[in-house]
Design a protein around this ligand. Structure first.
Ligand code: AMP
Ligand code: MG
Length: 401
């Protein structure tokens, strides 16, 4: 049985480099950049006004105040998208608006609220220092500066910056297409009546949501009853249509656990099977023609935890991501967390706004209400009790984030 670190290292080492595809910037949210992007221009591209007001020469209004206004002659107006043709000479000013280019000759902007306009005379009621209320060319981004690097996950702010420097499309990692194969003769899709002995299948919607969160595209396939033939044909289809396959169930030692055998019949190479984790000891990792099998346990809680600890980082690495660990932060335990077993237990917790972590409820791996309530996991080492009040690292997971 592998330790978690061994299993993770193995899975990560098997991932190929990201495959770049070109996408419009407007569709790149959540994607992982595979190139470095430099700005072809400076931002702001020209000196411009930070206010609605008047472009002035700071020296002309150095002594202005409410009680001693300075009168300037208004020589023009410049609107958004325009450039003032003339220049601002001694004791003159030009009306302008936020973002409009600073006219030649001016070196400051007096905000409208500090003026009083009367025909073509503007009384300035406050002094202006040189370059006051002026946004300088290149103070945000220098021309040629690197604005985004490979492996970054593009967020809304990146999209804005890329568009602001005129980028229409970027190269990002191809999204992994991942088949979801749920095995178990007892499983029925929600929406259909159950007969005694059956349960509703609940792993595919959960895993599709976790896949979407890590940038992958889920292809849920039909439910697979526990026979070798049906499992093999389901895996065959999954490996034909997708880059990776996530199965649930049938990964244990039961007579009706066919995932390993079916995968072997297809020519798949099983890399490892068991990991010293709770929940989630049975976990198959295998490869087949450059594609990957992640065989998760059927218990939804085990499937959830092993997905987050082993599949998520793999799919992020597949996309060339810089950050592949779950986000985490310190939390204070509201109550003791006890692990009497010999495997690390990733305990489901709910962290409140103050960073206090409460157990999310009963921790058995068939307990779904505590899975729904959890927004974090705490790694409790074997045969260890973490005391109430202890400061622990909380791995954040979906649910009430
Ligand atoms: P298995 O790993 O196939 O032995 O399944 C372990 C437990 O998880 C059993 O109680 C199954 O009924 C349950 N289970 C397996 N797959 C699913 C699924 N897709 N949805 C809900 N429960 C499942
Ligand atoms: Mg089963």
């Amino acid at each position: 049985m592998l330790t978690y670190e061994e299993a993770l290292a193995h899975v990560l080492a098997a991932m190929p480099p990201a495959k770049p595809v070109e996408v419009p910037v407007a569709e790149a949210a959540g994607r992982f950049l595979t190139e470095s992007v430099s700005s072809p221009l400076a931002l702001p591209p020209f000196d411009n006004s930070a206010m609605d007001g008047y472009a002035v020469r700071a020296a002309d209004v150095a002594s202005a105040g409410t009680d001693k206004p300075v009168a300037l002659r208004l020589v023009g107006q410049v609107g958004a998208g325009q450039v003032f043709k003339g220049s601002v000479g001694v004791q003159t000013c030009v009306r302008l608006f936020t973002g409009t280019p600073l006219p030649a000759g001016a070196d400051a902007v007096v905000m409208q609220e500090d003026t009083h306009a009367d025909g073509d005379t503007v009384q300035v009621l406050d002094r202006a220092r040189p370059w006051e209320n002026v946004r300088l060319r290149g103070e945000d981004v220098k021309s040629g500066a690197v604005i985004a690097t490979p492996g970054v996950r593009l967020g809304a702010g990146h999209l804005n910056l890329l568009a602001a420097v005129g980028t229409a499309s970027v190269r990002v990692a191809k999204r992994p297409r991942v088949a979801l194969v749920s095995t178990g003769s007892e499983l029925r899709p929600p929406g259909k009546p159950l007969v005694p002995g059956q349960i509703y299948e609940s792993n595919r919607p959960m895993l599709a949501s976790l896949l979407a969160e890590c940038g992958a595209e889920a292809l849920p396939l039909p439910l697979v009853p526990d026979t070798l033939n049906r499992t093999r044909s389901a895996l065959q289809r999954a490996f034909t249509e997708c880059d990776a396959v996530v199965t649930t169930g049938g990964a244990s030692v039961g007579q009706l656990d066919f995932v390993k055998a079916a995968f072997a019949e297809l020519g798949g190479s099983q890399e490892f099977w068991k990991v010293a984790l709770k929940p989630g000891k049975p976990f198959i990792f295998g490869s087949l023609a450059g594609k990957f099998l992640f065989g998760l346990p059927g218990n939804p809680v085990s499937a959830y935890v092993t997905f987050l600890l082993l599949v998520r980082p793999a799919l992020l690495r597949w996309q060339g991501a810089n950050e592949i660990s779950l986000p985490s932060h310190p939390g204070t335990l509201a109550e003791p967390l006890v692990n009497r077993g010999d495997r690390r237990h990733f305990v489901r917790v709910r962290v409140d706004a103050e960073g206090v972590a409460h157990s999310a409820g009963t921790q058995a791996s068939h307990m779904l209400h505590s899975l729904a309530a959890a927004n974090g996991l705490v790694d409790v080492p074997p045969e260890t009790t973490l005391a109430a009040g202890a400061v622990v690292r909380v791995l954040r997971c979906s649910g009430g984030l």
